[in-house]
Design a protein around this ligand. Structure first.
Ligand code: SIN
Length: 481
C-alpha cells in the first residue's frame, strides 16, 4: 500500500524537499510506501543553525508555555491515533494494536514532561559565611540532538524531545531511515500546536554516519541522546569527547526472564509472551534467556509453547495478526543464524524455526528452543527477534550468577511469590530495569535505562529531565553590610 501524502524533511521549521530521495519500504509487503528527501550534511548543518538561532528565546520561554505546547501535542497525537498507528504499522511492521499502544505510550511522555516543565526547581544552600547566600538554579543545556531507532518509531522520539522541550532545549532528531514517517508526523503535530520554528528539526537520510558526524563535531550541540546498538553507542561516546558533549545512551540488552517454582505459572507465561513478543522481539528490553527452575520446567515450556503457537503471523494491518514481519531481510537472517547455531549445538526446536510461507515480507515465526546452553549465540548475542530460549536452573544463587553473566544490564524479569527473594534479586541483579512479576515495566513515570554496556542516563520520570539541565550556583556576597 503506497501513501499519497508527501513527506518532506522538517528543518528549522520549514518543510524541505530535495531531488535526491530514498525509498521507505513496507516490511510486510516489500513495497515502496513513499519516497523521502535524502538529507545530507548540508541539511544537518541548516538544522543546527536554526536551533542555535532560536535556543536563547526558547530557553527563556515561560515554563507554562512550554508545558502548553507539549500538552497540546499529546492531545493531537491521541486524536490522530488511528492514522498514526496505521503509518507506523506500514513502515515498521508491528501489528496495529501494538502501534496504537505505542502512540499512547509516545503521547504519555509528552503529557508527563508537560507537567515536569513546571517543576524545574532550584535550591538554597546555607553558606559558610554570614556575608553570603548560595542559590542553585537549573538552566537548559542548549541545543541537543537525538538519534532514534526504528523499533519504536514514535515513542523513542517523544521520550527524548519531551524532556528536552520541557527543560528549554532545542532538539534535532535523526530518526532511523527505515521509519522516517512517524517522525515527520510528530513534526506536523508540533508545527500545528505552535512550536517556534527551529526548536525541532527532523533530518532523515541514508548516510547516518555522515549526518551524525556533523552533530558530533559541532561544539554548539551540547548533548546527544541515542537509542540503538552498544557498538554505535561506544563510537558516539568517543566522538562526544572532543566537544565534551553530554550523552545519554539507551543501548543493547540481553534480558534474562527467571521463573521460580513458587511463581504463579499462568501469570509468568502471559508476561513471558509480552516480554518476548512485543514488537516481534525487536526491543532492547526483550526477554532473551528464559531461566526456569527445574520443578516447573516442563509445565512452563508446554504452556509457553501453546501460547506462542496460537499467535497469528501476518501483515500487521490484518485483523487478528499478533506477529508482524521483522524490519528487514538482515534481521531475518540474524534470527535464522541464531536458531541454526543453537540447533547445531544441540538445542531442541519445540516450535517454529522455519521462515514462514508468505511469498513477500520479512517474516519469522515465534520460535521456542529448549536444551539450550551458554555456548549458543542466543544466550549472549542480542537476537532481536521472536525466539525464546529456555535454560533450566536449580538454585537462586546459580540463576543470579547466570543472569548477571553478560556485558549488558538493561532489563531483567523474575517471577516469584517469595517477598524476601524478590528483594534479594532486586539487590543483586545487575540491571537498570527490574520487572518483578511484571513483563512490561516500561512507563513514562519510571526511570528507563541500563547499566554496564547497556547505557548511561535515564529517560522518563522525574530523573529524565535532569539529563537536559545544567546546574549552576550563585554565591551572593555583601549580605551583612
Ligand atoms: C526498547 O526496548 O527499545 C524500548 C522499549 C520500551 O520503551 O519499553
Amino acid at each position: 500500500m503506497a501513501i499519497s501524502e508527501n513527506y518532506p524533511l522538517f528543518i528549522g521549521g520549514d518543510w524541505i524537499d530535495k531531488k535526491e530521495k530514498f525509498d521507505v519500504i513496507n516490511p510486510a509487503t516489500e513495497e515502496v510506501i513513499v519516497q523521502v528527501p535524502n538529507a545530507g550534511p548540508e541539511e544537518m548543518k541548516q538544522a543546527i543553525e536554526a536551533a542555535v538561532r532560536v535556543q536563547p528565546e526558547w530557553a527563556d520561554t515561560v515554563a507554562s508555555e512550554r508545558a502548553r505546547i507539549l500538552a497540546d501535542a499529546a492531545k493531537l497525537m491521541r486524536e490522530r491515533i488511528e492514522k498514526l498507528a496505521e503509518i507506523m504499522t506500514i513502515e515498521e511492521g508491528k501489528p496495529l494494536a501494538e502501534s496504537r499502544g505505542e502512540i499512547g505510550y509516545a503521547a504519555s511522555f509528552l503529557e508527563w514532561f508537560a507537567e515536569e516543565a513546571k517543576r524545574i526547581y532550584g535550591d538554597t544552600i546555607p553558606s559558610n559565611s554570614k556575608d553570603k547566600r548560595i542559590l542553585v538554579i537549573k538552566r537548559p543545556v542548549g541545543v541537543t540532538a537525538a538519534i532514534t531507532p526504528w523499533n519504536f518509531p514514535a515513542a523513542m522520539i517523544t521520550r527524548k524531545i519531551a524532556p528536552a522541550f520541557a527543560a528549554g532545549c532545542t532538539m534535532i532528531v535523526k530518526p532511523s531511515e527505515l521509519t522516517p514517517l512517524s517522525a515527520l508526523e510528530i513534526a506536523k503535530i508540533f508545527e500545528e500546536v505552535g512550536l517556534p520554528k527551529g526548536v525541532l528539526s527532523i533530518v532523515a537520510g541514508t548516510e547516518p554516519a555522515a549526518l551524525t558526524r556533523v552533530l558530533m563535531d559541532d561544539v554548539r550541540v551540547r548533548k546527544i541522546s541515542f537509542t540503538g546498538s552498544t557498538p554505535v553507542g561506544k563510537l558516539l561516546m568517543k566522538q562526544a569527547a572532543d566537544t565534551m558533549k553530554r550523552v545519554s545512551f539507551e543501548l543493547g540488552g540481553h534480558a534474562p526472564f527467571i521463573v521460580f517454582q513458587d511463581a504463579d505459572l499462568d501469570e509468568a507465561v502471559s508476561h513471558a509472551v509480552l516480554a518476548k513478543m512485543r514488537g516481534m522481539g525487536e526491543a532492547c528490553v526483550a526477554a532473551n534467556r528464559f531461566y526456569v527452575q527445574e520443578e516447573v520446567l516442563e509445565s512452563f515450556t508446554e504452556k509457553l509453547a501453546s501460547r506462542l503457537q496460537a499467535m497469528k503471523v501476518g501483515n500487521g494491518l490484518q485483523e487478528g495478526v499478533s506477529v508482524g514481519p521483522l524490519i528487514e531481510p538482515a534481521a531475518v537472517q540474524k534470527v535464522e543464524d541464531h536458531v541454526q547455531d543453537a540447533v547445531a549445538k544441540g538445542a531442541k526446536l519445540v516450535l517454529g524455526g522455519e521462515r514462514s510461507g508468505q511469498n513477500k515480507g520479512y517474516y519469522y515465526p515465534p520460535t521456542l528452543l529448549t536444551n539450550v546452553n551458554e555456548d549458543m549465540k542466543v544466550t549472549f548475542e542480542e537476537t532481536f527477534g521472536p525466539v525464546a530460549a529456555i535454560l533450566p536452573f536449580s538454585t537462586e544463587e546459580e540463576v543470579i550468577q547466570k543472569a548477571n553473566n553478560t556485558r549488558y544490564g538493561l532489563a531483567a524479569y523474575f517471577f516469584t511469590r517469595d517477598v524476601g527473594r524478590l528483594f534479594r534479586l532486586a539487590d543483586r541483579l545487575e540491571y537498570g530495569i527490574l520487572g518483578a512479576n511484571d513483563g512490561l515495566p516500561s512507563t513514562a513515570q519510571a526511570p528507563f535505562g541500563g547499566i554496564k554496556e547497556s547505557g548511561l542516563g535515564r529517560e522518563g520520570s522525574k530523573y529524565g529531565i535532569e539529563e537536559y539541565l545544567d546546574i549552576k550556583y550563585i554565591s551572593i556576597g555583601g549580605i551583612s553590610r
